[in-house]
Design a protein around this ligand. Sequence first.
Ligand code: HEC
Ligand code: HEC
Ligand code: HEC
Length: 428
Amino acid sequence: MKRFQKLIIAAAAVVCVGGAGAGFFFFWPHSLPDVSASALQPTGAALIARGEHLTIAADCAACHTTKGGKPFAGGLPFKLPFGTIYSSNITTDPEHGIGAWSDAEFVRAVRSGVGAHGENLYPAFPYASYALMTTDDILAVRAYLRTLAPVSEDAPSNSLAFPFNQRWLMRGWNLLFLPSRPFESNPSKDEQWNRGAYLVEALEHCGECHTPRGLMFQRKQSEALSGSEVDGWKAWNITSDPDSGIGLWTDGEIASFLSKGHANGHGPAGGPMREAVGLSLSKLPTSDIEAIVAYLRTVPPIESDEKVRVKRKSSIQDSSSKNSDETLGSRIFAGACVSCHGLGGDGLVNSRANIIGAHALADVDGSNFIRVVLQGSSDSMVAPGRTMPAFGAIYNDAEIAALANFVIGELGGKKGAVTADDVAKARE
Ligand code: HEC
Ligand code: HEC
Ligand code: HEC
């Protein structure tokens, strides 16, 4: 995950520039928080059910359970140019997992990114969002995790080169950017809005992918949810801006996209968004989805660059691009894609193959388009059997670039700028 490279370099810079200050960061004590649950916290089975719901909403499994691996045994690799970080075993095993941790240690880890021995954890673990979780909720997650089977296997050890293996480098960053207290309800808004805000900002950590990052890899909260990148995928602008964001989507379209991974007129959710839908959003109760929609409606509009804006359907016909790749691209599209998607992209084989209006078709860089074509897309949980095959082994880089530029022109109404080089990079 290249996205953490910047962060670690930036953190190193903070500390090095600090000079003498570095000593302070190094010896800065990590006190344990006070972790008593409030009087409102349920007990027994109700507590565990609440913890399960919260564990799903916070999508802990996305990173702590690998494909085919044992639940919460960790081991998901986050690849960096200077080594690899692995997610931890958070099962109840006392030796290999976190069974021996106190509740206070658990709350500190989730909210402040500090491990049982006071060591700093890397923000591949999105604790900067979880910092907004309430103590009751973190304790409920713990209560649920305690009911799961222990797995007596260590996750592989991190292999980071010096100085990136110096965990204390994160302290400067935490000091600057970590929210200092949990989410507080805004009394001027209703309960549904506040629930939505909590889900978006804390549990579902939407901003970890959708909010642009600054030089220090911090989320730029003044541009919250206006679009960013995650592992080469573009996580689009989801502010209320009508042209750049989701301001023109109906409530029903947003709800359908989040809970089913597809909305007519906006296409399917691909890549990391597909995962968030499959593991987490599709399992939330309708009331939670409605709360998220209510909150998203009020996110201040921010305009994105013209290059990634979706064109209104009415303006597409006359601006369709004509380029030299066209014959190659249209030939591949006719041969390999039309049988499922239809000539107009509105889906022949099933409703999910309706890709009209998909943001991926309107991005001149074709970032998400290339990745879907290379890797395919399927979701056994949300839409079993409705799959998009992978074409990475069938076409070469130049062919996929030509295909992308053709489809972006034909269905997105933009002039695609995808090169064979872009495709080669996406294969890495
Ligand atoms: C986006 C990926 C991601 C998500 C989502 C995530 N984690 Fe993690 N988590 C990690 C990684 C990576 C590490 C290891 C960090 C390190 O080694 O510094 C980690 C470490 C931890 C640790 C420290 C374990 C130890 O042995 O030091 C705990 C506890 C933990 N996660 C709990 C959770 C819980 C609870 C959730 C859901 C509320 C969660 N994580 C969600 C990626 C994630
Ligand atoms: C792990 C990263 C990640 C997380 C977490 C995440 N998203 Fe996304 N999201 C993406 C990516 C990547 C895309 C683009 C998918 C595509 O083009 O197929 C996307 C697409 C979307 C879209 C479609 C926008 C458009 O113009 O087509 C919406 C709406 C959306 N996300 C909302 C959310 C909300 C709300 C949350 C939190 C509840 C969330 N996302 C959490 C990565 C993420
Ligand atoms: C066997 C049927 C099938 C074929 C062949 C096929 N697709 Fe798909 N495609 C689908 C389905 C179904 C989806 C929705 C996948 C999902 O929901 O996970 C999809 C999704 C997509 C998306 C996702 C858009 C987004 O926003 O994430 C793009 C782009 C796409 N297809 C392009 C193509 C291209 C280009 C070709 C030809 C090389 C092609 N497809 C061939 C069935 C197919």
